[in-house]
Ligand binder design. Structure first.
Ligand SMILES: [Zn+2]
Length: 312
């Protein structure tokens, strides 16, 4: 959530719903989550809010009531809670969703580097002597350090984990944070869609274009072949901010993807295949609050023609 959006969120609930329904300028509202669970798992702490099943149902009822079939729902990061908690609720309510997966993480083979950072912080906060040992190593506060470790330097987190006495492989084995193959097959059999979310979740704006294409093409092809998909859906990890128009032209023209998703809120795009989504777990109280705040933001930017994302 940006500072401006955070400020506007104070007024979000003041926007009457009828204004949104009456004047809503987009053919659909696209929203997404990461995890639905009754308890927060330590690897997601500081990254996004865990939505409880009860809150999730309330959000869905709001979306169904106000937007009917004009909303679409997706989940990023491929967590096992998608199959265990979210999918049964969606099935009961007859709601379609797309689950975007990182191909390197399926079947709990590897852990997202930001989850590693969160687990290191968790281990330090549970044990002051471990925290001391880690901070002696990095000469900084652990919370200030680990989230600053870039994708390129992510191997540093494996070294710090040893100091923090965290075993990522054991964590993956014991807690199984990610979807496994049979859960994914079950989601498909239940009529849900799946898409790719890159190989291992790099921030694309830190990559060269050739590596951006590699991440998209490799993950998309792997998923399509592995699960025999008839479509190619891709959501950009972190953000699609700063990505060039050339990249979008290339991936559509070469049929590397059929459709793509970002997470910039309510925005128009130059490419009809690309949809921006609202993150419903980014700090808003609930779906109504998120949509009203984003809508307010959208309306305030309208006179300045700032609602279409510019790409060069
Ligand atoms: Zn993600």
């Amino acid at each position: 959530m940006t500072k401006v959006t955070a400020f506007l969120s104070l007024f979000g609930n003041a926007v009457p719903q009828y204004l949104i329904n009456k004047n809503y300028p987009l053919p659909k509202v696209s929203v997404f989550y990461h995890t639905i669970k009754s308890n927060t798992e330590p690897f997601t702490k500081g990254l996004y809010r865990t939505i409880t099943p009860l809150q999730f149902e309330k959000d869905l009822d709001y979306l169904l009531h106000h937007f009917g079939n004009r909303f679409e729902l997706s989940f990023d990061d491929g967590l096992s809670s998608c199959a265990e908690v979210a999918a049964p609720i969606l099935k009961r309510k007859g709601i379609q969703a797309t689950f975007f997966l990182n191909t390197a993480f399926i079947d709990n083979k590897e852990l997202f580097y930001r989850y590693k950072a969160a687990l290191i912080i968790h281990a330090c906060s549970a044990n002051p002597s471990i925290q001391q040992k880690v901070e002696q190593q990095i000469k900084k506060k652990v919370v200030d350090y680990v989230y600053q470790v870039s994708y390129r330097n992510r191997h540093e987190l494996d070294g710090l984990a040893q100091d923090a006495e965290v075993d990522f492989n054991a964590y993956l084995k014991q807690h199984k944070p990610y979807l496994n193959t049979s859960q994914i097959q079950k989601l498909l059999a239940d009529g849900f869609n799946i898409g790719a979310h890159s190989i291992d979740h790099p921030p694309f704006f830190e990559l060269q274009e050739v590596d951006q294409i590699y991440q998209i093409e490799t993950s998309m092809n792997w998923l399509t072949e592995r699960f025999n998909l008839s479509y190619k859906y891709f959501s950009f990890p972190f953000t699609d901010w700063g990505l060039s128009a050339r990249l979008f032209h290339y991936i559509y023209e070469k049929h590397l993807v059929d459709a793509t998703w970002g997470c910039a809120g309510i925005k128009h795009e130059l490419f009809p295949q690309h949809t921006q989504r609202i993150a419903l777990d980014a700090g808003y109280k609930n779906a109504a609050h998120a949509i009203k705040t984003e809508y307010l933001y959208y309306q305030l930017k309208r006179p300045f023609n700032k609602n279409t994302i510019q790409r060069i």
